[in-house]
Design a protein. Structure first.
Lengths: 98, 394
């Protein structure tokens, strides 16, 4: 069975899976979809009260939570939608100046 | 033993579905295909099948539901016509590129407008590039037989493509004929169980279907899909050979009717072929070397085989029962000409668009086509290569 990690831009069409099927879960880790982002949220740690409201609002699960506390954004997968900025009651997430 | 029974085309398809007992039927009604889910609903109510019968809100949804069911590892079917098939358009491409072997019964009906419920192939021809295999039947028996072969072709590991079983709306779908129905257990044994290797909630390795595939993967995906359609040719013939061995009726890509020494021939599809065969018989009695090719498989298009079958003819009329609005001929003409172009010597070929929206096609009309072909074959002018037949005209 073809593993997702063996599907890449070098393989010939004969080695693609039928219908581009993927035979295992959790393969979004292999694809850095954060490249699509045009704007980037930034976490202001000093203002953060660790209420962790931002994490469940993130549609792409890009705010990791460990031991009840949020950590730095997963920028490899954050699309820059800005929902976390709206969700934060303490202005602890802002658009990064580009 | 086969069972002799009188059935409409729709009931023949519904009967085949009952015998196959698919896992899911996602239904939405539209004339003239409505009777298929109507008959099937009775089978569900009577406990003759254990199919999950889902009444959805549109054809876009019925095809989408079939996709979900197939991805989950089920055998999924539906039926539609005309505008319903057009409304499925987007999902047909997704189903084909996701390589989900859904079987779709199409009672072919003209597309609007003007609004028309009668037969032509404008609906199915509009989906000729969707990636579905397309089988066409001349009569109720062929439609039933095509349906019995459909799942095996579609689900074959070298193919894995969805498939349309096409019948002529009303002419075939509603007319009742005496046909041979096979016994339930023999049908079940012939069609077999559907056991896909992978499916959505497979415990050991769950399946993901329909990933993002832009320029770095799309080309490879489509080349693979194109090869699957080429592979379907071999599988269609293998399944037909087993069908003949099992049930005794013979099928190929097309039927060659009195083509052995034919100098003039027609390429035609569906019920109209029966009418044209009567014309061929009459002409043969008066010594005219007329023949006919009735196409059963439009996708994959059997180009090389058709070219071989036509290569000794002097003049050929391709009969298109859909317009296409290309201003130079209908879709069947374009395919047939393309197939014959590289022959060393090829027949003169004209396109005749006929029977649109249920306009009648008669033996006399077919004879007039052969009359014209006879004159072309005798060295006369070919005249307009793209004409219409059967319309009122000044």
């Amino acid at each position: 069975m073809k593993r997702a990690e063996d599907i890449n831009e070098k393989i010939p069409w004969q080695e693609m899976t039928v219908g581009c099927e993927i035979y295992e879960p959790g393969t979004s880790r292999l694809t850095k979809t954060g490249e699509w982002r045009s704007r980037t949220p930034e976490w202001i740690k000093d203002k953060c009260k660790q209420c962790v409201l931002c994490a469940p609002f993130c549609p792409d699960a890009c705010i990791p939570v460990k031991d009840g506390k949020r950590e730095e954004f997963d920028y490899d997968h954050c699309k820059g939608c800005g929902i976390c900025i709206k969700a934060c009651p303490f202005d602890a997430i802002v658009w990064r100046e580009e | 033993m086969s069972i002799r029974d009188r059935l409409s085309g729709n009931e023949a398809i519904a009967t085949a579905m009952r015998q196959i007992n698919p896992d899911v039927f996602a239904m939405f009604p539209i004339t003239p295909s409505t009777e298929i889910p109507q008959y099937f609903a009775q089978y569900v109510a009577d406990g003759k099948v254990d199919t999950e019968f889902i009444c959805v809100e549109s054809e876009h949804s019925s095809m989408s539901a079939c996709m979900g069911a197939e991805a989950a590892g089920c055998r999924a079917v539906t039926a539609t016509s005309s505008a319903g098939l057009s409304f499925m358009n987007e999902v047909l491409y997704v189903a084909a590129s996701s390589r989900l072997p859904i079987v779709l019964a199409v009672s072919c009906r003209a597309l609007t407008g003007p609004i028309n419920i009668n037969h032509d192939y404008s609906d199915s021809m509009a989906e000729r590039d969707s990636g579905f295999i397309q089988l066409y039947g001349e009569n109720n028996q062929e439609v039933y037989d095509n349906y019995l072969m459909a799942h095996r072709i579609a689900e074959h590991p070298d193919v894995r493509l969805p498939l349309m079983v096409c019948e002529d709306g009303f002419i075939t779908s509603h007319a009742i004929e005496n046909i041979e129905i096979e016994e339930d257990d023999k049908v079940k044994a012939f069609v077999g169980e559907y056991k896909p290797e992978n499916y959505l909630l497979k415990e050991e390795n769950p399946l993901a279907v329909g990933p993002y595939g832009v320029s770095n993967y799309y080309m490879e995906a489509h080349v693979a899909q194109a090869h699957a359609m080429m592979n379907a040719k071999k599988v269609i013939l293998e399944v037909a050979a087993d069908f003949e061995k099992t049930f005794g009726r013979k099928y190929g890509f097309f039927e060659e009717y009195r083509m052995e020494d034919a100098e003039i021939a027609m390429v035609i599809m569906g019920s109209s072929a029966g009418t044209a065969k009567a014309a061929v018989d009459e002409l043969r009695e008066s010594g005219v070397k007329a023949g006919l090719i009735k196409l059963r498989v439009f996708r994959p298009f059997p180009g090389e085989e058709i070219a071989q079958a036509l290569k000794n003819c002097k003049a050929v009329a391709v009969m298109d029962k859909s317009e296409g609005f290309s201003a130079c001929g209908g879709p069947l003409y374009a395919e047939t000409c393309g197939a014959c172009f590289n022959l060393e010597t090829r027949p003169k070929m004209v396109d005749i668009v006929f029977g649109l929206g249920g306009r009648d096609f008669t033996v006399e009309a077919a004879k007039s086509v052969y009359d014209r072909l006879g004159k072309i074959a005798a060295g006369g002018e070919i005249g307009d290569i793209y004409t219409h037949m059967g319309q009122r005209e000044k």
